[in-house]
Design a protein around this ligand. Structure first.
Ligand SMILES: [Zn+2]
Ligand SMILES: [Zn+2]
Length: 248
């Protein structure tokens, strides 16, 4: 990635954009990066190999944000952390999420590779971001809001180098999510259902389009669509490997 003199560049690199059981698409996951920092958002069971195809450098990531603890968003953690250990990482790895994320991530890691937490040669630094609170990660400011989903899911807002990037994780947007997303430069939102269903476990495409307009989002990326629906061609529906730059 190149950064011109005086300009600011924030990049979003998709490792996958699929729902849990899409045979064509890896799980929903992306890397948000600047010149100085990289954070992975979600790490489902099909993500470690996607990440290693981009980079196997043990210090490539500064941290991982987990929106919620469904398998398609977190079951890649044991493999990722185990390989970092084998490859000799020494710098702390941050694991971020909502309330309860430290215990949940610890359980997933221990289930995958019992004893791993006592063997890795670097520290895991956990940051739990309570809804309504603001936490700093490097120079990035992060806040969360709970969506409507079948497990607690924490949608997230990241302010980085003057840009606001928001990611829904899974679930239909709550009132607090709507507040979280105000004036986002980029809103990355799941749209599992093509049409409104009245269900509050996932968002529908129609609902997300209205939401993006209501919160005055500059750009909208639709992810985690049902594998059974035709993907809208007139909207931005990223695929694994796609790379987007925010710059001004
Ligand atoms: Zn999911
Ligand atoms: Zn989920």
């Amino acid at each position: 990635m190149h950064r011109g003199k005086g300009s600011t560049v924030v990049a979003v690199r998709y490792l996958g954009t699929g729902e849990a059981f899409d045979e064509k698409r890896p799980n929903m996951s992306f890397v948000l990066e600047t010149k100085t920092q990289r954070l992975l958002f979600d790490c489902g069971y099909s993500i470690p190999h996607q990440l290693w195809s981009v980079s196997t450098a043990p210090d490539y990531l500064d941290g991982i944000y987990i929106s919620h603890f469904h398998a398609d968003h977190c079951f890649g953690l044991p493999a990722l952390v185990a390989r970092l250990s084998q490859d000799g990482r020494r710098t702390p790895l941050h694991i971020l999420g909502g309330p309860g994320s430290q215990d949940a991530a610890t359980n997933v890691l221990e289930m995958g590779y019992p004893g791993i937490l006592n063997k890795i040669p670097f520290s895991l630094d956990f940051i739990e971001i309570e809804p309504g609170a603001e936490r700093s990660f490097g120079g990035w400011v992060m806040s969360t809001a709970r969506s409507y989903h079948s497990r607690p899911n924490y949608s997230v807002r990241v302010t980085v180098d003057g840009f606001v990037v928001c990611y829904s994780g899974d679930g239909a947007p709550s009132t607090s999510c709507r507040q979280l997303y105000q004036h986002a430069d980029l809103l990355i939102h799941e749209a599992y259902y093509p049409n409104a269903t009245g269900k509050k476990s996932h968002a529908s495409l129609a609902e997300v389009l209205t939401l993006a307009s209501d919160v005055a989002a500059q750009q909208l990326h639709l992810v985690h669509l049902s594998r059974k629906v035709t993907r809208p061609t007139e909207l931005v529906v990223p695929e694994a490997g796609e790379f987007f730059l925010l710059s001004r």
